[in-house]
Design a protein around this ligand. Structure first.
Ligand SMILES: [Zn+2]
Length: 91
């Protein structure tokens, strides 16, 4: 986590913006890294990290890819254990 925090609303694709907004509202953090940004899951050890490109060839497909990957994070963001978990990486 080195990049500055960026807003979901900054993404040029509406479909991806919607997905990013939903994830950010659930506690995911979006940072300016890589080609456009990187999403970090709400867990303390960031078990799930998703690269977000700024100019996907197929925005619908990319929006689905991001949603699919977001499900890898094992704890629902409103689960208090999500904030307590640390140490071991769960994949
Ligand atoms: Zn996680």
């Amino acid at each position: 986590m080195v990049g500055r925090e960026i807003a979901a609303a900054d993404h040029p694709s509406k479909e991806i913006r919607e997905v990013l907004k939903r994830l950010v509202s659930k506690g995911w953090v979006l940072r300016s890294e890589g080609h456009w940004g990187t999403l970090y899951c709400p867990c303390e050890d960031h078990c799930t990290v998703i690269r977000v490109g700024g100019t996907p060839k197929n925005p619908s497909q990319d929006a689905r890819r991001i949603q699919r990957k977001a499900k890898w994070c094992p704890l629902p963001p409103d689960d208090p254990r999500a904030a307590l978990r640390g140490g071991g990486v769960v994949n």
